[in-house]
Unconditional design. Structure first.
Length: 396
């Protein structure tokens, strides 16, 4: 479909304008009102059924083809981050302390571009295409996918498969990366509160030191990966925050630890949680302290369906230069809310490379990307949707 490239070129100026508008007016998780209104306004000008306020500020568009068939969903996340932008270009964030530092403005513009072009090709579509604009991706562990699913986003019509992408500065610009099985990790946050007894620093034997116990917990938790997990399995245990004490000469009666666990395999995920609880309870027993553990299961590991990943490969090899389709060797240990859709239906998530010599990582106050890569993202989504609806995948 050579016409797709021409349609992308024709639509591209609008896509850039949309991306820059979203970038100028970023809205953090749970507050995406303006963003959702803008998306709905654009979709409302197309032959698309638009649903508002799905699972929060989610927007869903349904494009019904001229002939019956399966339904494929294409998803973009729409929320920004509480980061003060340090870029000085004309479309930098107008909101203090808020920024699209993870490429969600690009994801949203890409999906809108795909919706515009697919709408113009409606007569050639056998089946349905559902456009999911998801809020609150950055709001782990709850996120925005589960509330949208609970609100019926995968039904009416029932979604048979789903695709998503993420702009990825660790991958060279213009490349498309795909991987079978685990592409991104589960992300489980936890809070440990340790309770002891106050006392004077000169008489520690009369007190129960929650701070010392917490330090022991931090050290012991580091042994989970090195001593409890198979070296061939991936796991990360990080304590990112510790609060304790009121004064230099007072034995602390309270300490609070906040951390995260990242794993790629559900069995490893459960093993790490088990060991966290055992270590905390063991240290507390040894030190005379008491602990309360609030351990949450956040986003699950993002596990790509093999057949849907093969669809992405096949499409990429057809429409991209030979060297542009990259096989991802090692998964990322970051979490991604798209994983919740993959718990229910087959799908695939791919990375859209944005890396250059002067690139900054995602979640950096100077993060940005070459907008030309959005053309590749649009083209991949369009051709992948058509291929799925026309041919399905190997297991169908």
């Amino acid at each position: 479909m050579n016409i797709v490239k021409k349609l992308i070129e024709d639509t591209y100026p609008k896509v850039v304008a949309w991306r820059r508008d979203f970038h100028m007016y970023p809205e953090i998780s749970g507050a995406e009102e303006r963003t959702a209104e803008k998306i709905a306004e654009i979709l409302g000008q197309l032959p698309i059924e638009v649903q508002h306020n799905v699972g929060g500020h989610g927007v869903v568009g349904v494009l019904r083809g001229s002939k019956p068939g399966k339904t494929i969903a294409l998803r973009a996340d729409i929320d920004a981050l509480p980061i003060q932008e340090q870029n000085d270009f004309d479309f930098a964030s107008r909101y203090k302390g808020k920024m699209h530092a993870c490429g969600h403005d690009g994801h949203t513009a890409i999906l809108l571009g795909a919706a515009v072009i697919l709408s113009s090709l409606k007569d050639e579509i056998a089946g349905n295409i559902k456009f999911i604009f998801q809020p609150a991706e950055e709001q782990a562990p709850i996120g925005g996918a589960k509330p949208m699913i609970e609100d019926g986003v995968l039904e009416n019509p029932h979604v048979d498969a789903i695709l998503g992408l993420h702009i990825w500065p660790a991958l060279p610009k213009g490349k498309v990366g795909i991987k079978n099985n685990a592409l991104m990790a589960s992300s489980d946050p936890f809070i440990i509160e340790v309770f002891g007894k106050n006392g004077h620093a000169s008489s520690p034997h009369e007190a129960i030191d929650a701070l010392v116990a917490s330090c022991q917990i931090v050290n012991m938790l580091q042994t989970i990966v090195s001593r409890s997990i198979n070296p061939q399995e991936a796991a990360v245990v990080t304590i990112g925050k510790m609060q304790s004490g009121t004064k230099y000469n007072v034995v602390a009666d309270y300490a609070k630890l906040e951390g995260t666990v990242r794993t790629l395999d559900p069995k490893t995920q459960l093993m790490v949680e088990k060991r966290v609880r055992e270590i905390v309870n063991g240290v507390c027993q040894a030190t005379g302290t008491i602990a309360e553990i609030n351990y949450s299961h956040g986003y699950p590991a993002l596990i790509n369906d093999k057949n849907m990943a093969n669809l992405i490969r096949e499409v990429g090899r057809k429409i991209l230069p030979q060297e542009a389709m990259i096989e991802i060797d090692k998964p990322a240990m970051g979490g991604e809310d798209f994983a919740n859709y993959l718990q229910r239906i087959p799908g695939a998530f791919f990375w859209l490379g944005s890396g250059q010599e002067d690139s900054y990582p995602i979640h950096h106050p100077k993060f940005d990307f070459d907008e030309n890569i959005m053309k590749t993202g649009i083209e991949m989504l369009i051709h992948s949707a058509f291929q799925y609806l026309e041919k399905g995948t190997d297991h169908e």
